[in-house]
Design a protein around this ligand. Structure first.
Ligand code: FAD
Ligand code: NAD
Length: 459
């Protein structure tokens, strides 16, 4: 069958793909969007939004348990049902993307269900429907395939009914026991949620600390908090073998006693299959982990890539930062290029871990003359007032030659909100002298930034 001529084919309708496809269709281009699962991608159905609804419930429990120290008594009987109902009914509408499809189609774009693959320069073939369909994209192809969970090659694991984030967000109840494999953002958020809802959680990571890429001081706070909440945190621990007897998992380690758990959640990172996407047809490395892009998200002649696959931070805000830039480039409009100096991220544990720019070690690796300052939250006025639940810190990383911040971390209740001011400082390269003159409202958590700046010293 002859290829159908269109202007643009977008493969993958994650947050960025949805944005770029909608913009181009609104601008009058003939746009075909190819989606294998749900329009909107991972974030609304399996990731950001449902997990943050879980966190909201878990945080309410966490605060309620602090009542005896602060305000009398409260009886807390966790029930996961309201969380599961909100996820099913409010967040995902039963994992149905009808509203998102209608939103896209209103822009004039066309959705094709199935898996898209580049089969030649400018050509995309979609399989998975009744018969393969081929499109020829006159102007370009946009790749927004996102990521899949990595399942590590642990003996026995593949044949067991393990969970990934996709099954975990569909849980109707908190399991009585759970082993979480991987202590990155995914593993940490689920660990604290299920622990607060009553699961006995074992958190296992083969790295030396939780949230490995974060500042070590931030990892230490999280480990301490999780242990205090009853989580069995095992870092530097490798899983040797996994089996399942139809009811329970048995997990064996390289050393130490095996554990038996009801559920096992794999949270050991993400991967993209570039060979399956056919990027070799446009001269890109099919075995790479990411697709390199320039400032305008160009990956090859007539090909743009956005989102997790570009390796600039696997976050929705990166995907939607890139999407309008790629759309503008496709439309031949000028505008600023993508800028990743101040990519923020928040791990939504309690306390939240907000990070922006470079950590101390990353700044040293880049060759900066680094100075750091740190303020422990319990030692600040607001931390002292807050009492229970005040674990945290603010750490700032400065380039001593330019006297600006190149990175910062805020571990605090609402640490992601504290991060806002730090993100501005890093993004706009606000001189340290200006930051020091700023009046920071008393007694806020974000005022800890001024204490961290004081600790940084001058000169
Ligand atoms: C548990 C969890 C929690 C997270 N929480 C947050 C958070 O709080 N904040 C945050 O910013 N980020 C969070 N993230 C990351 C966030 O989900 C992603 O960065 C975000 O979804 C952006 O991804 P994307 O645009 O690259 O594509 P995705 O959202 O991954 O979507 C890609 C889409 O492409 C489709 N696709 C792939 N290949 C093909 C193909 N060949 N043909 C057709 N369709 C295809 C997929 O089906 C998918 O729908 C979280 C991730 C996880 C796993
Ligand atoms: N709040 C947020 O913004 C948010 C939340 C969740 C995820 N995300 C995004 O999704 C990405 C993926 O998150 P993730 O947590 O799945 O991955 P990750 O790569 O960040 O962390 C995976 C963890 O698993 C460990 N690990 C790997 N193999 C292991 C093994 N065999 N045994 C034990 N431990 C092992 C690693 O040491 C690491 O700590 C993140 O980088 C982030 O960008 C963002």
């Amino acid at each position: 069958m002859a290829a159908k001529e269109v202007d643009v084919v977008v493969i993958g309708m994650g947050p960025g793909g949805e944005d770029v496809a909608g913009r181009l269709a609104t601008a009058g281009l003939d746009v075909v969007a190819v989606e294998a699962r749900l329009v909107g991608g991972e974030c609304p159905y399996y990731a950001c939004i449902p997990t943050k609804m879980m966190v909201r419930g878990a945080d309410a429990l966490g605060e309620a348990r602090r009542v005896p120290e602060l305000a009398g008594s409260a009886t807390v009987r966790p029930d996961f049902t309201p969380v599961a109902d909100r996820i099913r009914d409010e967040a995902t509408t039963g994992w149905d993307d009808t509203a998102a499809v209608q939103r896209f189609e209103k822009t004039g774009g066309r959705l094709v269900r199935g898996r898209g693959r580049i089969t030649a320069p400018g050509e995309v073939t979609v399989t998975g429907g009744a018969q393969p369909r081929t499109f020829h994209a006159r102007r370009g192809i946009v790749l927004n395939p996102g990521t899949e969970p990595v399942v590590p090659p642990v003996e026995g694991l593949a044949g067991t009914p393990y969970w990934t984030n996709r099954e975990a967000v569909a849980a109707r109840e908190a399991p009585d026991s759970l082993l979480v494999l991987g202590a990155g953002p995914v593993g940490l958020e689920f660990t604290q949620v299920f622990a607060r809802f009553g699961s006995a959680v074992t958190l296992v990571d083969n790295g030396e600390r939780v949230l490995g890429p974060a500042e070590p001081e931030a990892s230490a706070v999280l480990e301490r908090v999780l242990r205090a909440e009853g989580v069995d945190v095992r870092t530097g621990t490798a899983v040797r073998r996994v089996s399942h007897d139809g009811d329970l998992f048995r997990v064996e380690f390289d050393g130490g006693e095996p554990v038996r758990v009801r559920r096992l959640l794999v949270a050991t990172g993400r991967r993209t299959d570039l060979a399956e996407l056919g990027v070799g047809a446009v001269g890109l490395d099919e075995n790479a982990r990411t697709i390199p892009v320039d400032g305008r998200l160009r990956a090859a002649d007539g090909v743009w890539a956005i989102g997790d696959v570009t390796g600039h931070g696997a976050f929705t805000h990166v995907s939607v930062h890139q999407a309008p830039i790629a759309a503008a480039d496709l439309l031949g409009t000028d505008g600023p290029a993508a800028d990743y100096r101040a990519v923020p991220s928040v791990t939504f544990t309690d306390p939240e871990v907000g990070m922006v720019g470079l950590t101390e070690s990353a700044a040293l690796e880049r060759g900066f003359r680094v100075r750091t300052g740190i303020a422990q939250l319990p030692a600040t006025p607001r931390g002292f007032i807050h009492g229970p639940g005040n674990d945290g810190l603010v750490k700032v990383v400065a380039d001593a030659d330019r006297d600006v911040l190149v990175g910062a971390t805020a571990v605090a209740p609402g640490g992601g909100e504290v991060l806002g001011a730090l993100s501005v400082a890093v993004h706009a390269e606000v001189p340290l002298a200006v930051l020091r003159q700023q009046i920071w409202a008393y007694p806020t958590f974000h005022r800890a930034i001024s204490a961290a700046l004081e600790d940084l010293g001058t000169g």
